[in-house]
Structure formats: structure tokens, C-alpha cells
Design a protein around this ligand. Structure first.
Ligand code: DX5
Ligand code: ZN
Length: 223
């Protein structure tokens, strides 16, 4: 049994003081820094991308976890590889089956970790063609697009399904990440179902003490 890892989402950070916020999550014991890239097409919001990642990467020791909420991510993968991503996460809904396999192969060829993400309404079966190849699977527990939304009840059941599928495929090393509405109340649920990496936006950055919030969510998850 491994303790959960926390991946604070900088979509909830203070952009005017981003450097300080990164120091804060490093000191608080975050494992990853989660970067939400949105294109205004795949999701109804536009956020951050390559120029930010290029500056962030050399400024932190945290693993840069890039969540691509964009159409046709195959075209943009090289940009994020060059900009210093450590882990690239593509949505299964943005790619057909052949391109999903291609995207994962491309990410691996570049020496990065590869993840695939599921929107709340996408069945876990969408991961089956690639589950054996993945380093991480992401179960979205809100509709992607915005931070600060409420956890969709039952998302932990999808986590448990991914655990089963990974076992059946012989991928015992697969990390399972959950993203959306994760905090003190929901972390125990998803951790009990088998989640390894918890994305936290508001639960960390909108807390009075973000450093302590990381420890508190970990503590709640590992109880
Ligand atoms: C939503 C993003 C999430 C979001 C998490 O589309 O993928 O990473 O920023 O924020 P909270 O934890 O506030 O739901
Ligand atoms: Zn995200």
C-alpha cells in the first residue's frame, strides 16, 4: 500500500503570485504540479499552455503533470514535450482509438509518462485498448472546464472499475488519478476505491493555509 500523492492544480492558484504558490505546494509536500490546459473547444474555457510550462519547468522540482483538455492533442504533443512536461495526459474523447494508441506511443518515445483521462460520462471501457500501456489513468469527478465544482457522486465506483481493469490487463503499476471536487470530504472515498494521485484545486489554493491543506487531504485519504 502506497500513501496517496497530491497534485495541486494551479488553475486555482494566484496567477499574480504564481512563484510563491509553487514554493508553497513544494513545502506542503505535493508530488506533482497539475497544469490544466484548455483550448476553448474541447471544454468551454481557455487557460494556460506552453509559455507557462516553459517557465514553470525549470523553476520547480515537482513533476509537471499536464492535463490536456484540447481537441486533437496529437498535433500539440510535441509542443508540450519540448516545453518540459514530465507526464502528458490526453482525453480519450478527443481521439479515435488508433490516435489514442499513437498519442501514448509518442509520449513514451519522448521518455515521458503517459496518461489517459475519462470525462464523467465516458465509460471505463474506453480505456481498455490502451490500459496495458498507460502509466496513469485519470478519472474526472467533475465535468472538465472549471475548478471549484462539486464532486460527482459515484466517481469512486469508476476508480474501482479502473483498478479491476488494470489488474486484469496485468498493469499492476498503473497509477489512478482523480480530478475534480477533491478535498477532505471526498479524498477518503476515492482513496478507498484505489486512487493513487489526487488533484486538488480549490481545496489547496483556496485554503487559509495551502501547505497544511495538502497534509490534511493526505491524512484524510490515508486514514
Ligand atoms: C477541471 C480541472 C481540474 C480542476 C480541479 O477541468 O481539470 O484540475 O482545476 O479543481 P477543483 O479541485 O477545485 O475541483
Ligand atoms: Zn485537471
Amino acid at each position: 500500500y502506497q500513501p496517496v500523492k497530491i497534485a495541486p492544480s494551479i488553475l486555482s492558484a494566484d496567477f499574480m503570485n504564481l512563484g510563491q504558490d509553487i514554493r508553497m505546494i513544494e513545502e506542503g509536500g505535493a508530488a506533482f504540479v497539475h497544469i490544466d490546459v484548455m483550448d476553448g473547444h474541447f471544454v468551454p474555457n481557455l487557460t494556460m499552455g506552453v509559455p507557462l510550462l516553459k517557465q514553470l519547468k525549470p523553476a520547480t522540482n515537482l513533476l509537471c503533470d499536464v492535463h490536456l483538455m484540447i481537441d486533437n492533442p496529437l498535433d500539440e504533443l510535441p509542443w508540450f514535450i519540448d516545453a518540459g512536461a514530465d507526464l502528458l495526459n490526453v482525453h480519450v474523447e478527443a481521439l479515435d482509438e488508433a490516435d489514442l494508441a499513437r498519442a501514448i506511443a509518442q509520449i513514451h518515445e519522448a521518455g515521458l509518462l503517459a496518461a489517459a483521462a475519462l470525462k464523467p460520462k465516458t465509460p471505463v471501457s474506453a480505456l481498455s485498448p490502451v490500459i496495458a500501456e498507460l502509466d496513469m489513468a485519470l478519472v474526472m469527478s467533475v465535468e472538465p472546464g472549471f475548478s471549484g465544482q462539486s464532486y460527482i457522486a459515484g466517481s469512486d465506483l469508476k476508480v474501482a472499475e479502473v483498478v479491476q481493469m488494470a489488474r486484469a490487463a496485468g498493469n499492476e503499476e498503473l497509477l489512478i488519478q482523480v480530478d475534480g471536487g477533491i478535498g477532505l470530504a471526498t479524498a477518503p472515498l476515492v482513496a478507498a476505491a484505489g486512487a493513487d494521485v489526487l488533484v486538488c484545486g480549490n481545496a489547496v489554493f483556496k485554503a487559509d493555509d495551502p501547505r497544511a491543506a495538502i497534509g490534511a487531504v493526505k491524512g484524510a485519504a490515508d486514514e
